[in-house]
Design a protein around this ligand. Structure first.
Ligand code: PA5
Length: 417
């Protein structure tokens, strides 16, 4: 399970948190009882609604068929439609039988040409993931990839296309008309909340991730967080801490960690909190930092700059690799490292960073046992739940994104839609 620790030089922080949690208890109660206001967006709240045994079997079967035939699987999607799958695929070592390539998240011709080039000489399958199939970026990529597949495979191309969209969407109609495989994007789940549905699970399974184990992790976390008591609810505690710090004047939350494996998970997290909370001139701005590298970039600002932020560290507990710095004949001034494991050096760097930063800003530490599929499932559910609670405490609608729609309007106008 996940463990949340607070490193804050304010000696009263635990008492303040206890009172804050008591004060917001009614928000948690409403959520656990099932809110009617948001019932059309809560399809992710019970993991089994879109990831029960039957559905995961069906997804796994489709993934196995693709794995038999494909060298490359292209995920066409943007934001919530690809971030969750990517964050797991890029983090977990698998058999790498099928290479995963990404499209639909950029309009850069340079990047798209590179993507098409990477498909040359390989057996290609694609999954176009788009909730209502109006977003331009995935739509444009799907177009060039369809052309590519028809040119390569003729009428057989349709068998190599999967489309994940909502029932009744134009994407479903395209599937019916042209014989693509259709997978349901749940109508009652927004993109950024769709990690543990067909949206995230099919690409993960094609990549060789044990997605059933990920679903179990999410379901176990759900069980823990849905128990009544707010004291044993680390997601509620985290949601309260975020709001407390926001009310104290902090404007940013920085998610940080020392495992580069988490790079894409940070992106998922940034979208989740940014799009969910940044409304009505409110909300913490979510940023992420990959340490050690960024200790030598933003580290200076964190330590001595304007006191804008608090930090949340993801700390992986179980050692997953070892590499020793052997004694070296060259006198390089690093002899103090002789015989030391990089795992321990990385941990020393983490502890030293927290020690230094806590003098300036509050630090939260979220301990994760290890980075496997099961624990990714836990992490997804933990943050989804926490984000929902946090937005409700902030008193914004967690499930819309009117600001994103505004930029789309101007883009459609510029391109003559
Ligand atoms: O979280 C959201 O709902 C959005 O950010 C979507 O994920 C993103 O806009 C992609 O939308 P669509 O799947 O409709 O292309």
């Amino acid at each position: 399970m996940l463990n949340l620790k607070i490193e804050d030089k304010n000696p009263n922080i635990k008492q303040e948190l206890k009172e804050y949690m008591e004060g917001k208890r009614s928000v948690l109660n409403q959520i656990l009882e099932g809110e009617t206001d948001y019932k059309d967006s809560l399809g992710w709240f019970h993991t089994a609604e879109w990831a029960d045994v039957e559905q995961t079997e069906r997804i796994q079967k489709l993934a196995d068929e693709i794995r038999e035939e494909a060298d490359v699987f292209v995920i066409v999607g943007v934001g919530g439609s690809n971030n969750a799958a990517r964050s797991v695929i890029e983090a977990i070592q698998t058999d790498r039988k099928v290479e995963i390539v990404y499209a639909g998240h950029t309009l850069s011709p340079y990047a798209l040409n590179q993507m098409l080039k990477s498909l040359e000489g390989k057996s290609v399958y694609i999954d176009c993931i788009a909730k209502n199939f109006e977003t331009l970026e995935p739509g444009a990529s799907f177009r060039i990839l369809r052309k590519f597949l028809y040119e390569r495979y003729g009428e057989q191309a349709g068998k190599r296309m999967i489309a994940t969209g909502t029932r009744g969407s134009s994407l479903e109609k395209l599937c019916k008309k042209h014989g693509y495989t259709f997978l349901e994007f749940p109508q009652n789940v927004g993109g950024r909340f769709s990690a543990v549905t067909s949206v995230g699970l099919l690409p993960m399974a094609v990549a060789g991730i044990d997605m059933k184990s990920l679903v179990r992790g999410a379901a176990d976390m759900e069980k823990q967080l849905h128990k009544g008591g707010s004291e044993e609810n680390p997601a509620y505690e985290y949601a309260c801490l975020r709001n407390m710090y926001y009310e104290k004047g902090y404007k940013l939350e920085m998610l940080a960690g020392f495992e580069p494996q988490l790079r894409w998970f940070y992106k998922w997290w940034v979208q989740l909190f940014g799009e969910t909370e940044g409304k009505e001139n409110k909300g913490l701005f979510p940023v992420a930092a990959e340490f050690c590298e960024e200790l030598h970039a933003v580290g200076q600002y964190i330590q001595d700059g304007a006191p804008l932020m608090f930090e949340t560290f993801l700390d992986v507990q179980e050692q997953n690799a070892s590499l020793y710095a052997e004694q070296d004949r060259v006198e390089d001034g690093f002899d103090y490292l002789n015989g030391k494991d990089f795992w321990d050096m990385n941990k020393a760097s983490f502890h030293a960073t927290v020690k230094a930063h806590r003098e300036k800003l509050p630090c939260l530490i979220l301990e994760i046992e290890k980075l496997d599929a099961y624990h990714f499932g836990q992490l997804f559910y933990f943050f989804l739940f926490a984000c929902y609670v946090s937005a409700r405490i902030l008193e914004v609608n967690p499930f819309d994104q009117p600001g994103v729609e505004a930029y789309k309007k101007w883009m459609f106008e510029a391109l003559g839609k």
